[in-house]
Write a protein that binds this ligand. Structure first.
Ligand SMILES: [Zn+2]
Length: 180
């Protein structure tokens, strides 16, 4: 589908309650229209950023900001061999700058922590934080930890085998919420 305003590739398609029709827009036209409709700023921001961890090499991320009806979302996806990502969403009260600062802080934190050690164990923390996403190569959901996709059954199975007699806490959290 193409953007109804400029003809570019449409990234957003939604049902518009205001005039009861389907709308498709590119990111830039969507944000312009939504910012006007809701009286928000439509900020300029870099499409690509680099973030440096506390130790080690900097990583590149592509950044996407979208204004939806009722909330706005700022996301970053790593460009490169690993697949770190982060999303900050909030209502309109929260200024863009504030969301931007949270995004950078959380990315820096994520890439500074390593949950899986070289030998494949979870180390002294006995803990992993990651996200679940479909992966083409393994044709199944991957559990992405330290930016690396693992087949989820294999990952969970291995660490359960290593922790017989321990307690296990399972908690599902949306990607927009920071996990400690
Ligand atoms: Zn457009």
């Amino acid at each position: 589908m193409s953007c109804m305003v400029c003809g570019a590739h449409a990234q957003i398609t939604f049902y518009d309650k205001d005039d009861k029709s389907i709308k498709s827009y590119c990111r830039s036209c969507n944000n312009k229209i939504m910012a006007e409709r809701h009286g928000l700023e439509n900020p300029e921001y870099p499409q690509e950023i680099t973030v440096k961890p506390n130790k080690g090499k900097q990583r590149r991320f592509s950044v996407e900001y979208l204004i939806f009806d009722g909330f706005h979302a700022l996301s970053a996806y790593e460009i490169g061999p690993t697949q770190y990502q982060c999303e900050v969403t909030d209502d309109y009260e929260r200024p863009f700058k504030d969301m931007w600062d949270e995004l950078i802080r959380r990315l820096k934190k994520q890439i500074s922590v390593k949950y899986v050690k070289k030998d494949g164990s979870l180390g002294d923390g006995h803990k992993a934080v990651g996200y679940l996403m479909y992966n083409d190569e393994i044709d199944d959901l991957a559990y992405i930890v330290d930016g690396i996709p693992y087949p989820w059954k294999e990952f969970i199975g291995r660490h359960i085998d290593n922790h017989e007699g321990w307690q296990l806490k399972i908690e599902f959290v949306p990607t927009s919420v920071e996990i400690e």
